[in-house]
Design a protein around this ligand. Structure first.
Ligand SMILES: Cc1ncc(COP(=O)(O)O)c(C=O)c1O
Length: 355
């Protein structure tokens, strides 16, 4: 056991490493986990001594609130290793801020900043060998909080578990993505939890997305729940439209996740003299732009894929394929973001965080 400078932390190392059994050239996204995990319990009104411990199953009482009322929130972030083997995070304070916003909305306790950074750094350090610096490799980081108190009364739990698990990732390719614009189902409603990374938001997307898959569309662009007229976000990404040379994206609201990649793209657009408009976009305007040829690109932004080009869309009976361009905003932003993340470009906005 070791202690960190500020907080006591138990570090229990795994006896054997699984690393030799992993084929790092053929990783299925999110299916392989490292040797260790971070865990910290909330009990008696406070966070207890955290642990870095061998990765493995949990023992949780079947009456825990997470199983019954869905008190569960999570984050998605990445660590990158540069050519000098230094590990970097990308805007991690924003992930911590967001998991605490999500937790508050679900009546769960916030997690302290120092504990988060000390725990995450300690975990990345014990599993450093798992973070590869080969092209496109990264470590996907999944912090999450679940309600563990054993009692099924429908009220917020008094006990929680904050955990971080790590999954090595290769450059993420979601395959060809065509999207269906939602006209019946919604992912989030006014005054609801759409802005939170609440587990239930994702469960609610699975069924309509499966129906879209059956029609040959990989994802859904969600529209506002009351009119289905305004474009909001795409699957698990924020969405951008390039109309002529202007980049357009919807403003965040309580139905949309405030994506860290989204706000980075908006900043990079400004840095590169690309006109960016954060405004509500009507489905009708998109269809009009598709018909008159001014719609050049659609892409999603999110931690896993960074930027994911969308090749086509469908709305009711209208189907459209995007033009194939030699130079796209999608690849410009992906390259610029990757260069900052892997420490090969300057970082004028201080987004990189040294581990
Ligand atoms: C619903 C939803 N929208 C948008 C995003 C993109 O957010 P970020 O760029 O912070 O990863 C995510 C997560 O990745 C998401 O789950």
């Amino acid at each position: 056991m070791e202690s960190t400078a500020k907080h006591a932390m138990d570090i229990i190392k795994a006896e054997n490493s699984k690393i030799d059994s992993v084929d790092f050239n053929n990783l299925d996204f999110g299916k392989v986990f490292t040797d260790h995990m971070f865990s910290c319990d909330f009990k008696d009104g406070k966070w207890q001594t955290p642990k870095v411990m061998p990765y493995g199953p949990l023992t949780i009482d079947p009456s825990a609130r997470v199983f019954h009322y869905g008190q569960a929130v999570f984050e998605g972030m990445k660590a990158f290793k540069d050519q000098e083997n230094q590990v970097w995070l990308f805007r991690p304070e924003d992930n911590l801020g967001r998991i605490n916003i999500s937790a508050s909305r679900l009546a769960m306790p916030e997690f302290p900043k120092e504990l988060f950074f000390e725990g995450l750094k300690a975990l990345l350090k014990v599993d450093d060998e798992w973070i590869k610096n080969t092209e496109g490799s990264s470590m996907y980081i999944r912090p999450f909080v679940i309600a563990t108190e054993p009692a099924i009364s429908a009220s917020p739990a008094a006990e929680y578990k904050f955990m971080i698990i790590l999954s090595p990732a290769q450059s993420y390719y979601a395959g060809e993505v065509r999207v269906k614009i939602a006209e019946k189902y919604s992912r989030a409603s006014d005054g609801g939890v759409g802005f939170a990374k609440a587990a239930g938001n994702y469960a609610a997307q699975f069924y309509p997305t499966a129906l879209a898959n059956q029609e040959g569309y990989q994802q859904i662009i969600w529209t506002d729940a009351s009119t289905h007229e305004y474009l909001e976000e795409a699957g698990t990404m924020n969405v951008f439209f390039r109309i002529n040379d202007t980049l357009v994206t919807a403003p965040t609201n309580d139905r949309i996740l405030d994506g860290i990649t989204r706000k980075s793209v908006i900043q990079l657009a400004k840095d590169n003299d690309i006109t960016v408009e954060v405004k509500q976009i009507k489905v009708g305007e998109l269809i009009e732009a598709a018909k008159n040829g001014s719609l050049k690109e659609i892409f999603g932004s999110g931690t896993a894929a960074v930027i994911n080009p969308i090749l086509g869309f469908k709305h009711k009976d209208f189907k459209h394929e995007l033009p194939k361009l030699d130079e796209t905003y999608a690849s410009l932003f992906k390259d610029k973001l990757n260069a900052i993340q892997y420490n090969v470009a300057e970082d004028p906005h201080g987004w990189r965080y040294k581990v």
